[in-house]
Write a protein that binds this ligand. Structure first.
Ligand SMILES: Cc1cc2nc3c(=O)[nH]c(=O)nc-3n(C[C@H](O)[C@H](O)[C@H](O)COP(=O)(O)OP(=O)(O)OC[C@H]3O[C@@H](n4cnc5c(N)ncnc54)[C@H](O)[C@@H]3O)c2cc1C
Ligand code: FES
Length: 285
């Protein structure tokens, strides 16, 4: 399943973090923030494909895998959106412009945006799962004539937790894509849909037999999404999911991310669902 041309790192030594300077720390929600990073060696290319991730190294604290959430057509600034959950991500939340962190990558198998050419494309995401899908959205919009219908369904727990609000509003105002946002609970002045993201699937326009679905979010959300897509008639081999696992090396050496016979770091994190469904059900394998 591994595609060596894709997993090869942009860095000469994939285990050696390259220094990047924090250009901006943008608060997204109460517990999420976006880091805009610039290479210390500004002449170095950092090309990536939608769905790939980097290992971000906070000196003296530790290293974590984080998806790249910027525009692949603008690789000069490296963009990551993080949720502060533990020691490394909370330390990264305290970063200031001018600070330096280490970056290894890019790693992993990307979203199959080329396989989707000529097809409808449906992105379904929950919570911070919108961040790993955002490069795919940029790519599809840059190459819009290559695709049929383009649908983005996004669910967050509350209106306060909706990521990239102004960008969602901009995408929503386009004639060439369908954007639906729902929250589990309505609070404040929320006028949008209420309910889990799967409730949106039956009502949006796409041809289930000629569509690719890209799914990213919490495990439970992905399970119900796949069931709903199946009900709608989308074949399992047209559904792609992004999986999360503990990672250390990110290049298939340490075994930390192994799930059944696959390594999430190099065979994924994006998998065609029918190829991993047995392992997907056993999440703690
Ligand atoms: C391929 C890949 C891509 C990823 N992309 C992103 C991304 O774009 N943005 C992002 O914020 N995270 C992303 N993650 C998850 C991220 O790597 C972890 O949240 C991070 O490693 C946590 O490290 P920590 O040291 O801050 O927390 P830890 O100290 O390791 O964890 C603290 C606590 O938080 C829990 N926890 C860990 N991860 C999560 C999580 N994702 N959600 C809720 N609770 C969690 C742990 O179980 C633990 O109880 C990705 C993971 C993978 C494998
Ligand atoms: S993280 Fe080491 S094998 Fe995947």
């Amino acid at each position: 399943m591994t595609n060596p041309s894709i997993i090869s790192s942009a860095l000469p030594n994939p285990m050696l973090p390259a220094p990047f300077v924090v250009e901006q720390v943008r608060k997204e929600t109460n517990d999420t923030f976006t880091l805009l990073l610039e290479p210390v060696n500004e002449h170095r290319e950092f090309r990536f494909q939608p769905g790939q991730f980097n290992m971000l190294y906070m000196f003296g604290v530790g290293e974590v895998p984080i998806s790249i959430s910027g525009d692949p057509a603008h690789p000069e600034t490296l963009v990551h959106t993080l949720r502060a959950v533990g020691s490394v991500t909370n330390a990264m939340r305290m970063l200031k412009p001018g600070d330096t962190i280490g970056v290894r990558g890019p790693f992993g198998v990307p979203w199959p945006v080329d396989k989707a050419i000529g097809k409808d494309i449906v992105l379904i995401t929950g919570g911070i799962g919108l961040a790993p899908l955002r490069p795919a959205i940029y790519h599809i919009l840059t190459n819009r004539p290559n695709y049929g219908k383009f649908v983005l369904l996004y669910g967050a727990r509350t209106p306060q937790e909706v990521l990239y609000k102004s960008e969602l509003a901009k995408w929503r105002s386009r004639f060439d894509m369908t954007v639906e946002v729902t929250t589990d609970r309505a609070t404040g002045s929320w006028m949008g849909d209420v309910g889990v993201v799967t409730t949106l699937i039956p009502r949006v326009p796409f041809d289930p037999h000629n569509a690719l679905a890209l799914v990213c979010g919490p495990e439970i959300m992905m399970r119900y999404t796949i069931m709903e897509l199946e009900k709608r008639g989308v074949p399992l081999d047209h559904i792609y999911v992004s999986m999360e696992r503990n990672m250390q090396c990110a290049i298939g050496l340490c075994g930390h991310c192994q799930v059944g016979p696959v390594f999430v770091c190099k065979d994924g994190p994006v998998f065609r669902f029918d190829q991993i469904q047995d392992w997907f059900k056993k999440w703690e394998v």
